[in-house]
Design a protein around this ligand. Structure first.
Ligand code: HDE
Length: 754
């Protein structure tokens, strides 16, 4: 019989209570590290590896040559309860190297030590030259069948489901850089279609910096950190960037998009995506059209405020990555519609006077509407970042029958680059056999051998023609990718652009003219900030000249901020018809996956809190309770304390109470508490006031009920636009939802320009 041991009883009780709290704390809110809560003590009973979390997916289990294996996904993960060598031999110790006595030296024969360290030494692979920082997710694409007239691509057929993997990224920063920097975002989609993989490798900006691929190293060298000090990281606010774009003025169109709110998206889920180039589509009858691809987010296009983006880069550098994974985990699956703009395939390759081969030009949606052709839903997070998100390899040349390229000189260069770069990054020519890159169509390619060959190719004749392997593989006309016999005009071999590429300003002006006043203000402040960070006067003056060629008001406003005179335009200012589709403001959208901070006071006013939490979940959003201390308050788990919370994490704020300064509201403990005198006098914890203050100035919706109203009064924001007070928590949340649907309380951003 077990003897009575009071110390153990106490320990068991504490452990059970801790587990209960831990469970309550982690329930409902996304972000738990594993699929089961961690026990307090190190487990000692051998057990099989834990399964992945329920929302995690892995690449389909295919052979390197595309056949379905039927192998369950966990079979690809580590097996068995016991630690082994890479060859499966069990090990009894991995904590001590094999030494000649306890004081060493380490013996050469320690194969376990050498295997462990050697493998570790080679864990890193080169990061992507561009788009190094990214986040990926698995999902499904369903065709609407509406593209059948223009393309025979089977994955676009009505109701056809195709698995996809999407990787979002920033362009300039290193793998470990912050998510919320001002930059272009990559939006690359791998469709594992039955007819071969289709990669749509796009961006969240519909135009590019350059017109010819040969300039890519130039723009990237200019945008990356300065080569001497390797600063600044992941941003364009520096001399080399502005030096290049002010000289190579075809970059001005892309640059104004970067300086607009598009450069700082709120979430990957609130980004549009664009194929950028014009593609050529071909239908069953062999007829062709030219087309541009668009991704339209269900949640609308929405961005951060610049100060929010800057704070986030420090407070939560993983903000976009976290947001993507949290949303999927919360069941708020991100969705986009794929759409196409269609143009006749005329020999001049223009539409409404716009050169369709010039990747620095858009075709306004008002001239060529975007027609929806299918829906993308991201519904599984990766199980292993490296295996999936890091090893995924996109390539514009991955095209299914029905989709072909054009002569866009940027696109043409990319067709070379994407395979070439993988040779170094993924260590050889067999990267398409890495599980995340394996096609879902049968592969019979006659490519052989090379580093990391996974296939067991049979036969003796990987050449054509052959008789030894029965002539296999055969070429066919049937559903084959056919090179279209596009006529190439008779022309000399020259290094030059078409003259239609020479207009560098009219569409930049079109973009500016299409912005709402608040968006124009944001553009002015972005240029002023970025150029204000440059050292060289000549570069600032040169860029001001570019701005003068875009719009005099824009130029004057930025010039004021820089303390420089505004130059006169050197090109005629084009008459432009604004394109309302370019503005992000003015609509109403669902609030899926939004983060709602709820400030509670453990001393009272907790009646409605549980109900509000449930209502937030029911609305597809995530409630985060903010309290003076961790643990539980009124039966609900606290996810943030005043010390760990920062406004930038929340899309909107609710206040159920007006908590007095907590014991840790000391400047020495938490600088956010402010100066000592202020803390002593404050009626409400100064960190709560800071939360309200920041949410207010970032134009976020704020709501309060009960005692929470006093906190609003204390912060001096009661009765201002977008600040609601209500009788109950439920009513406050309903009012808040309405405000959230317009994304921000735009009235709080007064504009000085029309
Ligand atoms: Fe890329 N680009 N790019 N690019 N790009 C790469 O490929 C390149 C361009 C884009 O999440 C690299 O695998 C050249 C336009 C995305 O894995 C590299 C040119 C657009 C991604 C490369 C361009 C893009 C890349 C780096 C000028 C928008 C990330 C690693 C002709 C339409 C894909 C890699 C991912 C990645 C070359 C221009 C989008 C070096 C030479 C225009 C979204 O091959």
């Amino acid at each position: 019989m077990e003897s009575h041991n009071p110390a153990k009883v106490v320990k068991d009780v504490v452990q059970a209570a801790t587990a209960k709290v831990a469970d309550a704390l982690s329930s409902d809110v996304p972000g738990k590290p594993g699929s089961a809560p961690a026990p307090l003590n190190e487990p000692t009973t051998p057990a099989e590896p834990l399964p992945p979390k329920k929302e995690q997916g892995t690449p389909d289990t295919r052979t390197p040559t595309g056949a379905e294996t039927g192998v369950p996904a966990p079979a690809k993960a580590q097996q068995g309860a016991y630690l082994t060598t890479s060859q499966g031999a069990r090990l009894r110790d991995t904590d001590h190297s094999l030494k000649a006595g306890p004081r060493g030296p380490i013996l050469m024969q320690d194969h376990h030590f050498r295997e462990k360290i050697t493998h570790f030494d080679h864990e890193r692979i080169p990061e992507r030259v561009v788009h190094a920082r990214g986040a990926g997710a698995h999902g499904v694409f369903v065709g609407y069948g509406t593209a059948a007239d223009v393309t025979k691509a089977g994955f676009l057929a009505k109701g056809k489901e195709t698995q996809v993997f999407v990787r979002f990224s920033t362009v300039l920063g290193s793998r470990g850089s912050a998510d919320t920097v001002r930059d272009t975002r990559g939006f690359a989609t791998k469709f594992y279609t039955d007819e071969g993989t289709f990669d749509l490798v796009g961006n969240n900006i519909p135009v590019f910096f350059i017109q010819d691929a040969i300039k890519f190293p130039d723009i990237i060298h200019a945008g990356k950190p300065h080569p001497d000090r390797e600063i600044p990281q992941a941003q364009s606010a520096h001399d080399t960037f502005w030096d290049f774009v002010s000289l190579h003025t075809e970059a001005q169109h892309h640059t104004i998009w970067n300086m607009s709110d598009r450069g700082i998206p709120r979430s990957y889920r609130t980004m549009e995506g664009f194929g950028v180039h014009t593609f050529r589509l071909v239908n069953e009858a062999g007829e062709t059209v030219l087309a541009k691809f668009h991704w339209k987010p269900k949640l609308g296009t929405h961005s951060l405020d610049w100060e929010e983006a800057q704070l986030l880069a420090g407070v939560d550098p993983d903000f976009h990555r976290r947001d993507l994974y949290d949303a999927i985990e919360a069941g708020a699956f991100p969705e986009w519609e794929l759409g196409i703009q269609v143009f006749p395939d005329a020999p001049e390759e223009t539409f409404a006077g716009i050169d369709l081969l010039d990747p620095t030009k858009i075709v306004p949606e008002e001239l060529a509407p975007v027609q929806a052709i299918g829906k993308l839903t991201l519904n599984r997070t990766p199980t292993n970042f490296f295996a999936e998100t890091e090893q995924v390899a996109f390539h514009l040349g991955h095209l299914p029958p029905g989709i072909d390229v054009t002569n866009d000189p940027l696109l043409q260069g990319r067709l070379f680059s994407y395979v070439d770069t993988q040779l170094t990054r993924l260590g050889g020519p067999n990267f398409s056999q890495i599980p995340i890159n394996r096609p879902h169509a049968p592969v019979n390619d006659m490519l052989r051998d090379g580093f990391h060959q996974h296939a067991m190719h049979a036969g003796v004749a990987p050449y054509k023609p052959n008789s030894l392997d029965g002539g296999n593989p055969f070429t066919t006309e049937e559903n084959a990718f056919a090179d279209l016999p596009v006529v190439v005009a008779e022309a000399p071999k020259i290094r030059a652009n078409p003259v239609t590429f020479d207009d560098h300003y009219s569409q930049v002006r079109l973009f500016w003219a299409s912005m709402s006043p608040v968006e124009k203000e944001h553009i002015i402040r972005a240029y002023t900030f970025e150029l204000g960070k440059c050292y060289e006067q000549a570069i600032k003056e040169r860029q001001l000249q570019c701005l003068a060629n875009i719009d005099p008001v824009l130029c004057e406003q930025v010039a004021v901020g820089l303390g420089l005179p505004a130059p006169e335009p050197t090109v005629p200012l084009a008459e432009v018809a604004p394109s309302p589709a370019l503005s992000q403001v003015g609509g109403r959208w669902p609030g899926d996956g939004r983060m709602i901070g709820i400030v509670v006071d453990p001393r009272g006013g907790l009646d409605d809190v549980s109900e509000v939490r449930r209502a937030v979940f029911a609305a597809g959003m995530v409630p985060l309770l903010i309290a003076p201390h961790g643990g539980m308050v009124g039966g609900d788990p606290v996810q943030r304390t005043f010390a760990t919370a920062r406004s930038v994490e929340f899309d909107a704020l609710l206040l159920a109470g007006a908590p007095a300064p907590a014991p840790d509201a000391l400047p020495a403990r938490d600088a956010k508490a402010g100066a000592e005198g202020g803390v002593a006098l404050a009626a409400v914890d100064p960190r709560v006031e800071l939360l309200i203050d920041e949410c207010w100035r970032h134009a976020k919706a704020i709501g309060a009920w009960g005692e929470g109203v006093a906190a609003l009064q204390q912060a001096g924001v009661a009765g201002t636009p977008g600040v609601v007070t209500a009788e109950s928590g439920g009513a406050a949340f309903t009012a808040l939802q309405d405000l959230l649907s317009t994304h921000r309380v735009w009235e709080r951003f007064p504009a000085s320009v029309a």
